[in-house]
Design a protein around this ligand. Structure first.
Ligand code: SAH
Ligand code: SF4
Ligand code: F3S
Length: 463
């Protein structure tokens, strides 16, 4: 572990011991995640630090220390946090010793931090995405008696490796391969709150994957805002496809996924590596955002409708069993009925297995927020359900096209609604329910897919 970090955790540990004596119990801590997979992985680091420092883990917010890892990708994420703060405030009134910490993407917005500083005086600690590893030092300062500890850096600095991590589940794990984003899609706040693109050294990534494999992990999700541009900032450049190939070679790892792929950077080399490698899951999330070339240009996505269609066709030709999923934004400034029809057209032609559909949300500081011709809510309200209906209709037809086949499923959970049944995930990301017990969790078993149920299968385990 980096020397100064272990020192900081050690200092925090001494504070936790003092707190244990003062409170009469080992203080409990809980980390709540509001964002994407990258935020989830960050939360695992925060939980890792808390456990290493001697806190007891709590699954709910009655804990003595509550950390909220925020998201700000759309305005409703911010609203959700403010709604939640009211709830935390009443809990703190009942337990004034409670410590509330906020971190993550929304804390990189100075206006939001100012609002919290002024009107949410019960918030004890605020830090951002760039100084996440400073958490033990900030918490120690609060425990030492400082009233409010606010520390946010406006820019990224070096990548800090080797933070302790506490995985949510034992058998699968996310692994960051890069941080930040350089794409500046005109609607998106991520580059402003996550900083410039930085790739981790392949040696560090592979070391982490090997350690995870030794610890029982069989499925890896490589994480980055645009994994296809991995490696460009390294002293010795390595492509994402090459990295993926190396990760697949790690003994013990049986499945590899990755997120997110930007269509503009998806190479033929990647398609080749995926196609030849059975460990790479047959699922690709390929956000298209819009089907209109005119809107894509205004979004600064740097591909056209035709290029997207050609790419999807190329991927499907190389891997006919692949499941394609996507993200789509409705109501981007200037979107006409014709533009929207183009989006529906791409959905009909690509036939996505599923799609996340979002209503455009203006983000302060992004170019799109200042564009003329913002779309009135009533127009969006009319378009959005039309897209959703089409996406769901096609998804229900496409996503269960393996009916009758026998495929490997990674068992993730006991099916709460049906005792004696478990839920597994196929490589293509579709779920299957079948008879089995808790002991199967974390193992890959073959399942015959017997019946379609909406967006999942019912099956039976076969040898
Ligand atoms: N890096 C990923 C996306 C990260 S954000 C990529 O480029 O694909 C996840 C999704 O949120 C995006 O794909 C986009 O569809 C949506 N999104 C981002 N900003 C948004 C905004 N301002 N309004 C609505 N949806 C947005
Ligand atoms: Fe946002 Fe675009 Fe970067 Fe994705 S690639 S995080 S949508 S700026
Ligand atoms: Fe949200 Fe930050 Fe992820 S804004 S989507 S948590 S990178």
């Amino acid at each position: 572990m980096t020397a100064f970090l272990s020192q900081e955790i050690y200092e925090l540990k001494k504070r936790v011991e003092a707190e244990t004596a003062r409170r009469g119990h080992v203080p409990t801590a809980c980390v709540v995640t509001f964002g994407c997979q990258m935020n989830e992985r960050d939360s695992e680091k925060l939980s890792g630090v808390l456990l290493a420092a001697g806190f007891a883990e709590s699954k709910d917010e009655t804990a003595d220390v509550v950390v909220i890892n925020t998201c700000t990708v759309r305005e409703n994420a911010n609203e959700r946090l403010y709604g939640h703060l009211g709830h935390l405030n009443s809990m703190k009134r009942a337990n004034p010793d409670k410590i509330i910490a906020l971190c993550g993407c929304m804390m990189q917005e100075p206006d939001e931090v100012e609002r919290i500083r002024r009107t949410y005086s019960f918030v004890d600690i605020v830090f951002g995405t760039h100084n996440l590893y400073r958490f033990p030092a900030l918490l120690a300062r609060r425990l030492a008696g400082e009233k409010r500890v606010f520390e946010v850096w406006d820019k990224e600095r070096e990548i800090v490796e080797n933070l302790p991590k506490k995985r949510e589940v034992p058998y699968k794990s996310g692994v960051n391969i890069m941080f930040g984003c350089n794409n500046f899609c005109s609607y998106c706040i991520v580059p402003y709150v996550r900083g410039r693109e930085r790739s981790r050294e392949p040696g560090e990534i592979l070391k982490e994957v090997r350690e995870l494999a030794a610890d029982g992990v069989i499925e890896i999700m490589l994480l980055g805002q645009n994994v296809n541009s991995y490696g460009k900032t390294l002293a010795e450049p390595l492509s994402f496809a090459q990295l993926l190939d190396k990760v697949c070679q790690v003994e013990g790892i049986e499945r590899v996924r990755f997120m997110t792929s930007h269509p503009k950077d998806l190479s033929d080399e990647l398609i080749e590596v995926m196609a030849k490698n059975p460990k790479v899951c047959r699922h690709l999330h390929l956000p298209m955002q819009s089907g209109s070339s005119r809107i894509l240009k205004a979004m600064n996505r740097r591909y056209t409708k035709e290029q997207y269609l050609a790419l999807a066709a190329k991927i499907k030709a190389a891997m006919p069993d692949i499941h394609l999923t996507t993200d789509i934004i409705v109501g981007f400034p200037g979107e006409t009925e014709e533009d929207f029809e183009e989006t529906l057209d791409v959905v009909r032609r690509v036939r996505f297995d599923s799609a996340f559909t979002f209503i455009y949300s203006p983000r302060t500081g992004t170019p799109a927020a200042k564009m003329p011709d913002q779309i009135p809510p009533e127009v969006v309200k009319e378009r959005f359900p039309r897209l959703l209906e089409l996406v769901q209709k096609i998804g229900s037809e496409e996503s269960l096209r393996e009916l009758g086949q026998t495929l490997p499923a990674l068992v993730e959970a006991v099916d709460d609604a049906h005792p004696g049944r478990v839920t597994g995930r196929l490589g293509n990301n579709v779920m299957v329910h079948f008879d089995g017990g808790e002991e199967l969790i974390g193992t890959i078993v073959n399942v015959k897919l017997k019946e379609c149920r909406g967006f999942y299968y019912l099956g039976t385990q076969v040898p």
